[in-house]
Design a protein around this ligand. Structure first.
Ligand SMILES: C[S@@+](CC[C@H](N)C(=O)[O-])C[C@H]1O[C@@H](n2cnc3c(N)ncnc32)[C@H](O)[C@@H]1O
Length: 282
């Protein structure tokens, strides 16, 4: 997802302040009683005694489309969207305010800091919806499904809580399956074509665009199982290593790997031509 810096960011933050939480650290251990700012009449009101039935986190919430959609679907659950790009957070807050959803709030923060934002057992679900793939080996630890992130989430999940992960990227999905195993999660449910398995599910604009390009949405739900005594990385770290040897068999190039696949295809085609010339093949 390309995030352009928005114009008038400060104004937008002010205008949609009621769907933004500037001091998320202050709410650690009390998100279940989180209240939207009372001064914004657009959003309706929430009783000061309100306690949300559950608190769910959408980590890497982007422009907030699925966060707001889920909030509208489950009005007694508090949805918190976290993203580390200010423009995304501002656009998400605007969506929440315009939709009149009072049970959703957006925070500009980094996934690496979530232990300071939530207390143990505070979350019933963490959504990792189309997390940035960070295909390069040197960026593997930034992937929100890297086992070090997964082990951080474990302590924040309430009993019976789970992680829901969706992606268009087969390489990221394969890498992540190994990470869930290393971090001691049990995969309770998995699909390699979510749209086909759940045709009734309403797609976000982002999902629709990916599917139109030929993507199959891969998804899983995982829950913490026995905590491992030690965690050792054993997955190949570059996502290139999960691509098929013959790139022409790829029906769909995952988001974020377009340039890599294009360059690899060219390199391989050139190497083949050189080899054929060397063998005197016309
Ligand atoms: C491809 S977008 C997906 C957005 C959204 N979940 C959706 O389904 O449309 C991934 C988002 O994750 C955010 N992100 C990546 N790394 C992050 C991190 N360490 N902390 C917070 N957000 C992060 C990016 O800024 C981006 O907005």
């Amino acid at each position: 997802m390309r995030a352009r810096k928005l114009k008038n960011l400060d104004e937008r933050f002010e205008m949609y302040a009621s769907a933004l939480e500037e001091d998320p650290y202050a709410w650690r251990a009390s998100w279940q009683s989180w209240q939207p700012s009372p001064q914004n009449a657009l959003r309706g009101s929430v009783s000061p005694a309100k306690r949300w039935n559950e608190v769910r986190l959408d980590l890497g919430s982007g422009k907030g489309e699925s966060t707001v959609r889920n909030a509208l679907k489950w009005p007694d659950i508090l949805f918190i969207g976290i993203d580390n790009i200010e423009s995304c957070v501002a656009l998400s807050a605007q969506k929440a305010v315009e939709a009149g959803a009072v049970n959703v709030v957006f925070v500009c923060a980094d996934a690496f800091d979530i232990l300071d934002i939530f207390a143990p057992g505070e979350l019933s679900c963490i959504y990792l919806s189309f997390p940035s793939p960070f295909p390069k080996k040197k960026h593997a630890e930034k992937r929100l499904t890297h086992f070090e992130h997964l082990s951080r989430y474990r302590s924040l999940l309430a009993d019976g809580g789970c992680i829901r992960f969706t992606t268009d990227s087969v390489p990221l999905f394969e890498f992540s399956l190994i990470q869930f195993e290393i971090a001691g999660y049990e995969v309770r449910w998995l699909t390699r074509d979510l749209a086909e398995e759940h045709p009734e599910r309403i797609l976000t604009g982002y999902e629709k665009r990916l599917i139109d390009k030929g993507a199959k949405i891969h998804a899983l739900e995982a829950a913490p199982a026995e905590e491992p005594t030690e965690m050792v990385q054993r997955a190949p770290l570059s996502l290139v290593e999960y691509l098929p040897e013959d790139l022409s068999t790829l029906d769909y190039v995952p988001y974020g790997m377009e340039d890599t696949v294009y360059n690899m295809s060219n390199r391989r085609a050139n190497a083949k031509r050189r080899e054929e010339r060397g063998r005197g093949v016309q």
